[in-house]
Design a protein around this ligand. Structure first.
Ligand code: RBF
Ligand code: MG
Length: 140
């Protein structure tokens, strides 16, 4: 895959299980706006940056079919911003810059295993973005 991968979309309503069930709310980007970019991308987890309301946040993105919950009717892209928000962003625009691939999407039989895998994906994201920032500094 050729990184960085960029896509922008408005936030749509999802299945409402990210926040409460998995402890990881995700903003689901409009599939009509993102489908050309995601159609050939490997299903799985990516790290990168998200811009919302002119601010940039660390983010972890899942692209795929959510196979642990029975398969969605379409391939989707959803991102989790590494920041605590008290509100939702439905209808707002998010721009993503994906910088790298973490792992393939997989079918978990057990929700707790998915939850802990997601926490580990978040840690990987923090680590990778930190390495990228350090590399940039070293190139000054
Ligand atoms: N869903 C899966 O079925 N398998 C996965 O491996 C998977 N990994 C995810 C990793 C991250 C970092 C995030 C944010 C979501 C992931 N999901 C995965 C999607 C998850 O099932 C979805 O966000 C919730 O079901 C809410 O729709
Ligand atoms: Mg969501």
């Amino acid at each position: 895959m050729n990184f960085p991968i960029k896509t922008t979309g408005h936030v749509e309503h999802g299945f409402k299980r990210g926040g409460k069930l998995l402890g990881c709310p995700t903003a689901n980007l409009s599939t009509s706006e993102t489908k050309e970019v995601i159609k050939d991308l490997t299903c799985g987890v990516y790290y990168g940056w998200a811009v919302l309301r002119n601010k940039t946040y660390k983010s972890v993105t899942n692209i795929g079919w959510n196979p642990s919950f029975g398969v969605n009717t379409e391939k989707i892209i959803e991102c989790h911003l590494l920041e605590k928000f008290d509100e939702d962003f439905y209808g707002e625009e998010i721009s993503l810059t994906l910088l790298g691939f973490i792992r393939s999407e997989k079918k978990f039989e057990n929700i707790n295993e998915l939850k802990s895998q997601i926490q580990s994906d978040i840690q990987t994201t923090i680590q990778k973005l930190g390495e990228d920032e350090k590399n940039n500094l070293e190139n000054i």
